[in-house]
Design a protein around this ligand. Structure first.
Ligand code: AMP
Ligand code: ZN
Length: 137
């Protein structure tokens, strides 16, 4: 399914031009218009899935395999020193375009980008309560 109001559906399916670095039957990978670093790219499925929760499992596994392949190629060609692979699902998590996409962010020594969070210090009891909440019915 495509969503006629979705800009990433239009980009993924070639109706709006983009800086494409990879394309196959199911995906288009484009350069982000407002990159965190040189080479910041987005993996877009050609079908419309709003977020991770709507993504079928087979597409999810293809996304991570593609992310590994492209990160490896980009590391060689761009000479980056590391990589962040990120996915935001939901407004609270920072998602701004509601068509699933995976960020591929090459990292360079001294690039001064920040992908980090404030570290909390839960007690063992608090960690155990969370563990139970996740694993128990
Ligand atoms: P997120 O905040 O995870 O939803 O990420 C959305 C990303 O899409 C941001 O990094 C934007 O810079 C990028 N973006 C938005 N519109 C376009 C576009 N037309 N072409 C390329 N990248 C875009
Ligand atoms: Zn879409």
């Amino acid at each position: 399914m495509k969503d006629s109001d979705c800009i990433f559906c239009k980009i993924a399916n070639g109706e709006i031009p983009s800086k494409t670095i990879y394309e196959d039957e199911n995906f288009r990978v484009i350069l982000d218009l407002a990159p965190a670093t040189k080479g910041h790219a987005l993996i877009l499925p050609k079908e419309h899935y709003k977020d991770l929760f709507e993504l079928p499992e087979n597409i999810a596994s293809d996304v991570i395999v593609l992310a590994k392949k492209l990160a490896t190629e980009m590391k060689e060609k761009l000479g980056c020193d590391g990589f962040n692979i990120m996915q935001n699902s939901g407004e609270t998590a920072g998602q701004t375009v509601f068509h699933f996409h995976m960020h591929l962010i090459p990292r360079y020594k001294g690039d001064r980008q920040k992908i980090e969070w404030e570290k909390k210090e839960p007690s063992q009891e608090e960690l155990e309560a969370v563990r139970k909440q996740i694993v128990e019915q």
